[in-house]
Design a protein around this ligand. Sequence first.
Ligand SMILES: [Zn+2]
Length: 170
Amino acid sequence: MSAIQKNVEAASEAYSSTFTKGHLVLPPAKKYLVLTCMDARIDPAQAFGIDLGDAHVIRNAGASAVDALRSIVISEQLLGTKEIVLVKHTGCGMLTFTNEDAYGIVEKNLGSEASAELSKLKLDFLPFPELERAVKEDVKFLQESKLVPDSVTISGWIYAVETGKTKRVV
Ligand SMILES: [Zn+2]
């Protein structure tokens, strides 16, 4: 077993030994979802005040609304959430490359078949050059999407990995 797997086992042992939240129901109690980046420096529960069972937390590279749309529709239409809190962050990896860079790295590291697969999928890695603008654009995308009803409240935020502070942008 890898060290990572051993850590999961040990954590599970400790966590489950005092666990008392087995009665929670499936739909999030506070009817909202948080979309944030997969960055390892973000602890959404602590940083954004989410108790177990309160909210959906959707994470992907860059907190991309386009990438998260499938989960957002499921969250709202099947599980009753009515508010979206979108949080991107300072120092995001998505600020550091372009699609062209990513395609080049895949070609170099994984070879031409992998590269052809990317091209066939027309995969957009969804990088962004400017943080605040990206938050505004993603919020706008959600506001304009017919898959997100007008009744859904949407806000956009930036989390600073340097200070732990989250500031509203829109
Ligand atoms: Zn990030």
